[in-house]
Design a protein around this ligand. Sequence first.
Ligand SMILES: [Zn+2]
Length: 264
Amino acid sequence: MADHFNLYPLKHFASIVADCMDLPLPGEYEPTIPWVSEILKERLGKTADRVVLYHADAVGQYIWQKYTSYFAPVYKYTSLAIPFLSTVESVTPVAHASMYTGLDPEGHGIQTYTRPQLTCSTLFDVLIAAGKKVAIVAQADSTFLHIFKGRELDYFEEPNGLSVQEKALELIATDAYDVISIHTFDYDNAAHAFGPESKQGLNAICLEADGFARIAEALKKNEGHTTLLTYSPDHGQHPVAGNHGAHGSKQIEDMNILHFFATL
Ligand SMILES: [Zn+2]
């Protein structure tokens, strides 16, 4: 049987988020997926005034298929899961640039593993122009700190995934931000080093899923908001010789991913 690639490209991501906030995007952005927007907006009840986007790096759909129970902490708080197709190449800067610009790689210009500061309009620019207070919380040397730098938003660089979680919880408790983008890549690191299904890799999957749940719980405690929370990986990883992992190819292990959405 042939490989089955997921239908929806990642470039829908920016419009799905913006639509839940009733923020119009410039015409070059890929539009939302109407039925996804409809479901999310109905569940939100009104415009989302707080958005938290959690990007666990390199979590492929087949990891979810084979280790479904490890995602229980994500299921606990989310109500919608949508299969997405990563970018070509299936690497972090290409995929995250498409997610935050609504463009194909040829459109935003990052087509391989390079990390220039994006000069085209990003979701961050639209949010800032609309008066939103935005933070990026990411592990040291995260792609987010390169390609989205130079904006009027607050950047928090943390040494590891756990300290990213702690910083995100702290920011949620202060209630100072309308939008927080979070990027952790402990799974990506472990999967490269020991293989996508290694003990170390799967342990990181669980740590990141637990982190997502801690964030969801903190958002629920901080009442008075209408909140969209997403679990949004960028690409997967496939095993390579020597018990290592890699990505960047067009294999379904790299291309097929799953996003989860919560309305809190
Ligand atoms: Zn990545």
